[in-house]
Design a protein around this ligand. Structure first.
Ligand code: NAD
Ligand code: GLY
Length: 369
């Protein structure tokens, strides 16, 4: 088992990565589960596929699972989903010293973490991520949020879990498209800060997507190491280090907004395309070679992820896409820092990007076939 520590003074916690952890969830959580009734927030898909495994482990430890089951998808990350979760936790008499289990993808993790951050002014929670995206990204680092009318993830809190259990075997039931979305976040760590890991992804990305157990475990472990190091350095995204994790996200969010945050373009797909756009824009600014842009594009394309905006069939201008970026959380006193590349493994924050230039660039990209 790989154990990666997220080293936050006074709030440090472990991320454990291994196939089969879910079947031992009671043992893994140990004393974090103080009571016989264990509150678990999940969604219908994960409950259908994995609740028996969880219940068996808890029953062996003399405990009973208490379920809050949301409909799958982003709709759970809403005021309604939050208030129903918090009211349910209160009815379950969860106390400040208790731990709630978040069993699911990034939606369940973000929602449960936010509920835990406010319940009785903050109680504990354990992240048990069941998508590749959640294992390599959202379950680590304590960002929690819901979506509101003004935009995605605009209301939330930093609230770190006490433990993260990444059971790579649960990915066996994940649909291929969701696996590819998670892989976009895996390759992101190589592109932004680790050229050697990027080269590993070029060679082994297809193994990860084919659920090769060794490749999946290595991909999750390497990704969590990278994220844990960045979170420990810049927990609240104030120094610029953590902001680099948003590589591809500014372009990606504008495409998600334009496609209505729908199944037309999933978050991981938008990030993948966003990373290609960030690389192309970096080349336009003279920071990175065309050969490196080609390598990034080829690696993302060969994972079955999108690399051209034109393939989305959008009916909008580059300016309209750039305008979505005005709602970006990184917006600071009228300027939007962009994460660009000086090379593969060398992301940096550029504070001197004019949105009008981004609009021109996106207009050109809309024409590329
Ligand atoms: P998700 O939670 O919606 O899960 C995707 C789908 O997979 C859902 O239909 C779910 O029911 C299903 N599923 C989950 N586990 C499964 C399994 N083992 N087998 C079969 N089906 C399974 O989506 P996601 O991609 O995991 O997460 C996206 C969310 O994460 C977004 O809301 C995004 O904003 C958030 N996010 C947060 C952070 C953070 O740092 N907090 C980082 C990245 C993304
Ligand atoms: N997913 C970006 C972050 O956690 O900062």
């Amino acid at each position: 088992m790989a154990v990666i520590e997220v080293a936050l003074a006074g709030r440090e916690y472990d991320v454990r990565v291994e196939a089969g952890l879910l079947a031992d969830i009671a043992g893994q959580c140990g004393a974090l589960l103080r009571k016989a009734r264990v509150p678990i927030v999940t969604d219908e898909n994960v409950h259908r596929l994995w609740s028996e495994t969880v219940e068996a482990s808890l029953a062996n430890a003399g405990k009973e699972a208490r379920w809050m089951i949301h409909a799958p998808g982003e709709s759970a990350k809403s005021w309604d989903g939050l208030s129903r979760t918090v009211e349910w936790l209160l009815a379950e008499e969860v106390e400040r010293g208790d731990h709630i289990i978040a069993l699911g993808g990034g939606v369940i993790g973000d929602l449960t973490g936010f509920a835990a951050s406010m319940l009785k002014r903050g109680c504990g929670f354990v992240q048990v991520p069941t998508t590749l995206l959640a294992q390599v990204d959202s379950s680590v680092g304590g960002k929690t949020a819901i979506n509101v009318a003004a935009g995605k993830n605009l209301v939330g809190a930093f609230h770190q879990p006490s433990l993260v259990l990444a059971d790579t075997a649960v990915l066996s039931t994940l649909p291929d498209r969701e696996m590819r979305c998670g892989y976009a976040e895996v390759i992101k760590y190589g592109i932004l800060g680790d050229a050697e890991f990027f080269a590993w992804c070029e060679a082994h990305g297809t193994d990860v997507l084919a659920h090769d157990a060794t490749a999946v475990e290595l991909a999750v472990t390497k990704s969590v190491h990278a994220k844990a190091r960045i979170v420990a350095e810049d927990e609240r995204e104030t120094s610029g280090a953590r902001a680099l994790l948003n590589l591809g996200h500014t372009f990606g969010h504008s495409l998600e907004a334009e496609t209505g945050y729908s199944g037309r373009l999933l978050h991981g797909e938008a990030v993948a395309l966003g990373m290609v756009l960030a690389a192309r824009y970096s080349a336009r600014r003279g920071y990175i070679s065309d050969a490196e842009v080609q390598r990034i594009t080829a690696a993302i394309n060969s994972a079955g992820l999108p690399v051209e905006i034109s393939a989305l069939g959008l009916d909008c201008s580059g300016e309209a896409l750039a305008n979505h970026m005005l709602h970006d959380k990184k917006m600071d006193a009228g300027t939007l820092p962009f994460i660009l590349l000086r090379g593969i493994g060398e992301a940096f924050l550029d504070h001197n990007v004019a949105l009008s230039d981004i609009a021109d660039f996106l207009s050109e990209q809309l024409q590329v076939h």
